[in-house]
Design a protein around this ligand. Structure first.
Ligand SMILES: O=C(O)[C@@H](CO)OP(=O)(O)O
Length: 236
């Protein structure tokens, strides 16, 4: 039985400032770094065969900090094109002894359009709590000039089906490091959540969410904490 480990990046410098971030490429805060290292500690002994991250540095940092604690092997970013691909080839015996890391914009955070850089509380004052909640958590209402969760799912789910599921089918344990909303779209797909349920789905930063894959099905094990599993998604 293979395992799917989903992780939302640790707190970023803009999460800390309470700013809409989307595709703005800001790094982890010190607390975010600690969260990622803590997750790495919990997953230390887990066999991780392949890693997928978004193209954004906060998710890449999180994946690398988790892997810095992991005993499965050295993570190596597999660049797709040109010299980055060709000149990154390993010729020695270590050419086989690594954990491949694939980066893709398909896993990037929801594009937040005109809200990027705005303070979330300021936005509530200007537009009202309800409107801001709909922009942030509804399924098909897009923030001004940005992506709804439905739009986000149109790029995350094909990638999930075409790139991530085949690794699980091969019996590999997969780590996916991504974002609040790109992961909400993936969890919505896996769990077949309704629009009403996804409105209430919030994914905490830096906490591994574990699924087991067998015979074409993904079963939730839960969020992994030091004390054990929280089996609930807390959407009721
Ligand atoms: O700002 C963002 O990009 C996201 C994630 O932090 O915000 P929200 O909580 O509104 O989905």
């Amino acid at each position: 039985m293979s395992k799917l480990i989903l992780i939302r990046h640790g707190e970023s410098l803009w999460n800390k400032l309470n700013l809409f971030t989307g595709w703005v490429d800001v790094p982890l805060s010190e607390r975010g770094i600690e969260e990622a290292l803590k997750a790495g500690e919990l997953l230390k002994e887990w066999k991780i065969d392949v890693v997928f991250t978004s193209e954004l540095v906060r998710a890449i940092q999180t994946a690398m900090l988790v892997m810095s604690k992991n005993t499965s092997g050295v993570p190596k970013i597999e660049h797709e094109n040109g010299k980055m691909k060709d000149w990154g080839i390993v010729y020695g015996e270590h050419g086989k002894n690594y954990v491949p890391v694939y980066k893709s914009w398909h896993l990037n955070e929801r594009y937040y359009g005109k809200l990027q850089g705005f303070n979330k509380d300021e936005a509530k004052k200007i537009y009202g709590e309800e409107q801001v909640l709909l922009w942030r958590r509804s399924y098909d209402i897009a923030p001004p000039g940005g992506e709804s969760l439905k739009d986000t799912a149109e790029r995350t789910i094909p990638y999930f089906k075409e790139k991530i599921i085949p690794e699980l089918e091969k019996g590999k344990n997969v780590l996916v490091s991504a974002h609040g909303n790109s992961l909400r779209s993936i969890v919505m797909h896996i769990e077949k959540l309704t629009k009403e349920q996804v409105l209430k789905l919030n994914i905490p930063t830096g906490v591994p969410l574990i699924y087991e894959y067998s015979e074409g099905k993904l079963e939730r094990v839960g969020y992994l904490y030091e004390w054990g599993y929280d089996k609930s998604l807390h959407i009721e």
